[in-house]
Write a protein that binds this ligand. Structure first.
Ligand SMILES: Nc1ncnc2c1ncn2[C@@H]1O[C@H](COP(=O)(O)OP(=O)(O)OP(=O)(O)O)[C@@H](O)[C@H]1O
Ligand SMILES: [Mg+2]
Length: 266
């Protein structure tokens, strides 16, 4: 278990594409499961890359995906796919989520659909990681309402850093508009795909240290740029399984331990 009694639901969010959301969900999920937590991953992104990172072919049928859960005709059943030889279940994504996003706008409790499903048909897992799309819309709002924690990966580019303020403001406005009580706790920022040889990356990391301090946000150690992470994703495996002794696998282990320390602090 990650926390004493309560189910831990973490939305992995960013407002820029390619920041590493799906990679973080896959690998932090894996490390948490290795520590004994029963883990579920939910793919809310219409691009559903997480499926590939988990070794699943892209689903054509909607029945065994998140579409079944979020559809208006929900039958009370989650459809989960277990990752072979891992203690992780995945609620797979589907391109049809793009349509669901439009359709949600006209529904009652449009931001609460996922939270309502998790409330009425609870998953038995200790930890649920939600992979969000890069565009802040109804789907991300559903993730935030359902979550009790938010994790934010960032790549070290000026554009991503200048977008961080906007993302935090978006979260605050959502919390206020929906009167979320308590709002999900921001676990912190993960600088991903860092290359210490790049002057731009080093400069951006320094700037990120300054702004996170000012914004009172926790900054986790970097996950370095590594082709092995790409290869692990491409092979449908967590880096901890693909090459458990690799530096990148150790970085994810450290990151996961630090996240758990924040979640479990009294
Ligand atoms: N630390 C890293 N080093 C090298 N490649 C990485 C690293 N992290 C992620 N990648 C690769 O970068 C790409 C983007 O990562 P990922 O898909 O996890 O980001 P995302 O935020 O989920 O993107 P999207 O917004 O498109 O959903 C992928 O090809 C992934 O394999
Ligand atoms: Mg993704």
């Amino acid at each position: 278990m990650t926390s004493k009694n309560k189910q831990t639901i973490i939305a992995v969010l960013s407002n820029s594409g390619g920041a590493g959301k799906s990679t973080i969900v896959r690998n932090v999920g894996y490390e948490m499961s290795k520590l004994g937590s029963k883990v579920a991953l939910i793919d809310l992104d219409p691009q559903h890359n997480l499926d590939l990172f988990c070794g699943f072919p892209l689903a054509e049928q909607m029945d065994n995906t998140i579409i079944r859960v979020l559809s208006e005709k929900y039958d009370g059943l989650w459809s989960l796919s277990p990752i072979p030889n891992e203690h992780i279940d995945v609620c797979r994504g589907h391109i049809g989520m793009a349509e669901i996003q439009n359709e949600l706008v006209n529904r009652r409790r449009s931001e609460y659909v996922l939270a309502d499903r998790l409330h009425k048909s609870p998953l038995p897992h200790d930890t649920i990681l939600i992979d969000c799309p890069a565009t802040l819309g109804k789907i991300c709002e559903n993730a935030i309402v359902a979550a009790n924690y938010v994790l934010i990966p960032l790549i070290l580019e000026d554009k991503a850093l200048s977008g961080l303020n906007g993302l935090i403001q978006w979260l605050q406005v959502l919390n206020e508009d929906l009167n979320l009580n308590p709002p999900p706790q921001i676990l912190g920022i993960i600088p991903n795909a860092y290359d210490a040889k790049s002057g731009t990356h080093r400069k951006c990391l320094e700037f990120l240290q300054e702004i996170t301090q000012k914004m009172n946000l926790r900054l986790y150690p970097t996950i370095n740029q590594s082709n092995e992470i790409k290869n692990a994703n491409g092979n449908g495996l967590a880096i901890g399984k693909y090459r458990s002794g690799h530096k990148a696998a150790k970085e994810f282990r450290t990151l996961t331990n630090q996240i758990l320390a924040v979640i479990n602090q009294p």
